[in-house]
Ligand binder design. Structure first.
Ligand SMILES: Nc1ncnc2c1ncn2[C@@H]1O[C@H](COP(=O)(O)OP(=O)(O)OP(=O)(O)O)[C@@H](O)[C@H]1O
Ligand SMILES: [Mg+2]
Length: 286
């Protein structure tokens, strides 16, 4: 039994063992146990304030672990971002007054690995340009980051996270504030990276995009409510419990839609009752 547990530990890329995390005056989650396996592509969903960003930042050594332990690739996190992790922060939390160009932001993804002064070699510059081109923002390399749109900034941060070839990519709301086309492009790119072997954990508020693009979801609200294939996990019951608000899931063939409008459940119920009534009256007539 103990052997089986330690084998599972060895196989997992990220492992939370009874972790309690929080800030000075607030515990955000307690006794959390969670594993991410190599090549997993998982979406962390839950309401505002659920602790999603806190969870991501705890893997990076940014939020302090009050008790328990987190390990990445078998090494315990101790206040320092592990080398094998790339991170894309929640874009609204970034201070845009800092005067840096797109290329400089992406280059920051390389500095952590070296102790030398932050000048780029020709090869590094070539790699950065290639990555920016791949993300369709190559022509912005010399522009100040604050002069880009939200979706473009999002891609610059994605490039910064990817430039060091991470094994694990952590993204905090990578699709927020971007149009539908960019959203699909980002999720498509992440899918490709995942197929190449990168393990991905992201947060989002777009449940329908998660259901369409991701093989695994974790419903989180200070604790894990449920996790698994979105087809199985996204039920009205699980989502209503996660969001502490009534939500409906409508399925038609292979397509699934989450209705998260206020009182979604009521609309759905009403609709069903009306349909039922018509059917019932049909029965009565006969
Ligand atoms: N630096 C901080 N200091 C103190 N409290 C914080 C800090 N960061 C977050 N919190 C609190 O911790 C809780 C969890 O916040 P967190 O940012 O992890 O939520 P979230 O699930 O990412 O929400 P959102 O979907 O809005 O991004 C919230 O109650 C928040 O107010
Ligand atoms: Mg957040």
């Amino acid at each position: 039994m103990a052997q089986a547990a330690s084998d599972a530990q060895a196989r997992s890329l990220v492992s939370f063992s009874k972790v309690t995390c929080g800030y000075k005056k607030k515990i955000v989650f307690q006794n959390l146990s969670l594993k991410l396996f190599p090549r997993q592509f998982a979406g962390l969903v839950g309401p505002s304030g659920a602790g999603k960003s806190t969870l991501l930042k705890s893997i990076l050594g940014i939020t302090p672990v009050l008790s328990g332990s987190i390990s990445v690739a078998g090494k315990t996190i101790n206040g320092r971002a592990p080398d094998e992790v790339g991170y894309v922060p929640q874009i609204e939390t970034v201070d845009w007054d800092f005067p840096v160009t797109v290329e400089q932001v992406v280059a920051m993804g390389l500095y952590r690995k070296s102790t030398r002064l932050p000048w780029l070699t020709r090869e590094e510059r070539r790699i950065i340009r290639e990555l920016l081109n791949q993300l369709n923002i190559g022509h912005y390399a010399d522009r100040q980051i604050k002069m880009l749109s939200g979706g473009e900034q999002q891609r610059v941060f994605l490039a910064r996270a990817l430039v060091s070839n991470p094994r694990l990519l952590i993204l905090d709301e990578p699709t927020s504030g971007v149009d539908v086309k960019t959203q699909h492009a980002i999720l498509h790119l992440l899918g490709e990276l995942n197929r190449k072997g990168v393990t991905i954990l992201l947060t989002t508020h777009d449940l329908n995009a998660v259901a369409r693009h991701l093989p695994w979801v974790i419903c989180f609200n200070q604790k894990i409510v449920a996790q698994g294939d979105p087809d199985e996990v996204f039920t009205s019951k699980v989502l209503s419990q996660t969001y502490e608000s009534e939500m409906s899931v409508i399925r038609q063939g292979d397509v699934m839609m989450v209705d998260d409008s206020p009182h979604a459940g009521h609309h759905f119920e009403k609709h069903r009752h009306e349909k039922q009534k018509t059917q019932d009256s049909g029965v009565h007539r006969h």
